[in-house]
Design a protein around this ligand. Structure first.
Ligand code: NAD
Length: 253
């Protein structure tokens, strides 16, 4: 139980990688604030955790759900304050919520550019700002940002996504420097090709091409990413900050 008596926020916890992270942190003892865009998705995962841990919604260990658009700064500050009131302190923040709106730069609408930058990059800033004072005061904390190998190597048709994920890496490193003196670590995880709803829509041809570029010869699972999050959130990783850990079967090395 590496996260006994610890509280965690996971954004985009409603499905895919975020769901696996929330389940994993909860399985190791953390009390989890499950954040998603829709009430329905956030509640579903919080209910699942409470069922597994056999605790009612009013138990002091129960997972709780919160619906918010991470890109909305005032709304996130409000939800952050609510979470702090409900949980008293936050030990782990996982900025996982993310979207894609693919298209060639030449034809990309400014709406598609903004939607991706605002969710993937501004969203992480918004949530960090909403809880960071508490971490600074308690002189401990873990912030883990889910970026992407695309932020490291780029991808045709994903200028908005690559810019948001590369931005998240710069954000991670700068924040790590700002918070190191308070024993707060800030790291990023860069998944490669993970089988989730986000990648389900790609054609079989594209999937086959990507798979051929993965040295380990297979796509990753949400649990592969959750394992890396659990490590970086744990005491074992207390001397690691400002790093980008690729969970990609060797795609980028
Ligand atoms: N699947 C992959 O191959 C892959 C690879 C690299 C990085 N990633 C990153 O991992 C993260 C999770 O991806 P996934 O594959 O699980 O995607 P997904 O689409 O299955 O899930 C994304 C989650 O984020 C939530 N979300 C999206 N926009 C939001 C917003 N504005 N406010 C609040 N919640 C919002 C969604 O509701 C959903 O629960 C993303 O940041 C993604 O960029 C995924």
């Amino acid at each position: 139980m590496r996260f006994e008596n610890q509280n965690a926020i996971v954004t985009g916890a409603g499905r895919g990688i975020g769901q696996a992270i929330a389940l994993r942190l909860a399985a190791e003892g953390a009390r989890v604030a499950c954040v998603s865009r829709t009430e329905e998705n956030a509640k579903r995962i919080a209910d699942e955790i409470n069922l597994i841990r056999q605790c009612g919604p009013d138990s002091p260990n129960s997972a709780k759900h919160y619906a918010v658009d991470v890109a909305d700064h005032p709304a996130v500050q409000k939800i952050g304050a609510q979470i702090l009131q409900d949980f008293t302190k936050i030990d782990i923040l996982v900025n996982n919520a993310g979207v894609t709106r693919d298209g060639l730069a030449m034809r990309m609408s400014v709406e598609d550019w903004d939607a991706v930058i605002n969710t993937n990059l501004r969203g992480a800033f918004n949530f960090t700002q909403s809880i960071i004072r508490g971490m600074i005061k308690q002189r401990s904390g873990r912030i883990i940002n889910i970026t992407s190998v695309i932020g490291l190597i780029g991808n045709a048709g994903q200028t908005n996504y690559a810019a948001s994920k590369a931005g998240l890496i710069g954000f991670t490193k700068s924040l790590a420097r700002e918070l190191a003196s308070r024993s707060i670590t800030v790291n990023a995880i860069a998944p490669g090709f993970i089988t989730t709803d986000m990648t389900a829509g790609l054609s079989d041809e594209i999937k086959k091409t990507i798979q051929s570029q993965i040295p380990l010869g297979k796509t990753g699972t949400s649990e592969d990413v959750a394992n890396a999050v659990a490590f970086l959130a744990s005491a074992e990783a207390s001397y690691i900050t400002g790093q980008v850990l690729c969970v990609d079967g060797g795609m980028v090395m």
